[in-house]
Design a binder for this molecule. Structure first.
Ligand code: SPV
Ligand code: MG
Length: 442
């Protein structure tokens, strides 16, 4: 019940605090205690969708997070806050005060602080900021929460959860611990949103390139798994592994088990056979597409081998790359789904997205459920919203980190050679201070 009057019959003011957390620690309790001095405390629980875009992936359900706050005696009412920004909730509640820890003055959260101040100016009300609680127990609790999301059981199922929660799942290429950290930590804030990548693509092209090898399935799974392990060590986001052709049917079944066990969420295998070359060569090199039956057998073997409901085997169709047309791609997609594929990736190396859109539209006429994956490397002007509107569920930015790092490193090497010293490279480099503090200490 919301108390609008105190014991003396004076009208109580309303104070609002939003929480984006799976656990209540002493820092949160301190905010609530402080809040209760100002009036009736209304607590907001950030909804799942907004929480993903904000700073953490929920490990407990919205209902449980709500109950956690309802159990705190000083809280008189708990409401859902659906957006990261406060416009709707402030308009609806018209609180006299909004209270928050002062840790949002810097970094991506500063945008939310600005937003709250603008909303309070518009609707009336005051912002109260309390010093953030930096204690050992708070940081231990934060670390435990982060660790929980990094464990294989949780990480593996996170991709399926994302598919339920996100309009489109955004995936960036990774090939090392360092690129994993970029995928994990890069956050940008715009006027009304905070954005980050949802998952990581362990590209065969970029993993091979990082090892100085061609992308022809030469880097074997044992070696790929070392890269997976480096990334798992320092991240919490789900991994989609580029499984090339999946290899021999008999081997694929074993490899599915391994990937599933270490916490990879999905493997994407392409319907090629023999010596695989990178798809972006298209028909410039000889590449052989597998038979529908041959590839279906591989999908079936993988699905039979997997032990959890979480893991996904996504079938990648190369018909457009090999110029076999949309009808061929659609026929294959239907067959692969019947064989048990959990998703379909349609690849194209055209500059325009038209053939991908045409495929997706036709596919969605008869199949509304199976997730569709697109890799807009060649047709890079396409937006996430356009892809989503044609039924795409996962967008993979497959190689951009490698392609940006390589020329930067090459330029630096050339400059040192040209000037016989390093000074001229300095202005483009990360500072020593930044590089030594880039990696979190345990
Ligand atoms: C990769 O990133 O290795 C891929 C996507 O398989 S592509 O390079 O476009 O074929
Ligand atoms: Mg590849």
């Amino acid at each position: 019940m919301e108390y609008l009057w105190n014991d003396r019959g004076d009208e109580m003011k309303k104070i609002y605090a939003c929480f984006c957390t799976d656990v209540i620690h002493e820092g949160h309790l301190n905010i609530i205690r402080q809040a209760s001095k100002y009036g009736t405390v209304i607590a907001g629980v950030l909804g799942d969708q907004a929480m993903i875009r904000y700073n953490r992936f929920p490990t407990v359900s919205f209902e449980e997070r709500k109950k956690m706050l309802e159990n705190i005696p000083e809280v008189s009412r708990v409401v859902e806050q659906q957006d990261v920004v406060y416009d709707n909730i402030i308009k609806e509640l018209r609180p006299d005060y909004v209270i928050h820890g002062d840790n949002w003055r810097e970094g991506p959260m500063a945008m939310i602080r600005e937003n709250v101040m603008a909303c309070l100016e518009k609707w009336g009300g005051e912002l109260i900021e309390v010093p953030y609680t930096y204690s050992e127990s708070v940081s231990n609790m934060e670390a435990i929460m982060k660790e929980r999301t990094a464990m294989p059981e949780f990480r593996r199922k996170r991709l399926r959860l994302l598919l339920k929660l996100c309009p489109i799942v955004k995936v960036i290429e990774v090939h090392s611990g360092l690129t994993g950290l970029i995928a994990e930590k890069t956050i940008v804030s715009g006027k009304s949103e905070i954005n980050q990548f949802d998952a990581m693509w362990l590209s065969s092209l970029c993993d091979s390139t990082a090892k100085g090898k061609p992308d022809i399935e030469l880097v074997d799974l044992s070696s790929r798994l070392r890269t997976v392990d480096d990334i798992l060590e320092v991240t919490t986001k789900p991994i989609i592994l580029d499984g090339d052709t999946g290899g021999l049917v008999e081997h694929f079944a074993y490899n599915v088990r391994t990937l599933e066990r270490v916490g990879v969420s999905a493997v994407i295998i392409e319907d090629k056979t023999g010596l695989k070359k990178n798809s972006l060569f298209g028909t410039d090199v000889e590449q052989t597409q597998d038979s529908v039956e041959g590839f279906c057998e591989k999908i079936r073997a993988g699905k039979k081998a997997q032990r959890t409901e979480d893991f996904m085997i996504i079938a990648r169709i190369e018909s457009l790359i090999l110029e076999k047309g949309i009808e061929d791609a659609l026929e294959r997609a239907a067959a692969y789904v019947r064989a048990g594929a959990d998703g379909i990736m349609i690849h194209s190396r055209k500059k325009e997205p038209d053939e991908v859109f045409a495929f997706c539209d036709r596919f969605r006429e008869t199949n509304r459920e199976t997730p569709l994956v697109a890799v807009p490397t060649s047709y890079n002007a396409v937006t996430e919203e356009e892809l989503r509107s044609h039924g795409v569920n996962i967008v993979i930015y497959a190689n951009q980190l490698t392609r940006s790092a390589f020329p930067a490193m090459q330029r630096t090497a050339e400059r040192i050679l040209r000037h016989h010293r390093a000074k001229e490279t300095e202005e483009e480099l990360m500072s020593i201070q930044d590089i030594i503090t880039l990696i979190d200490e345990i």
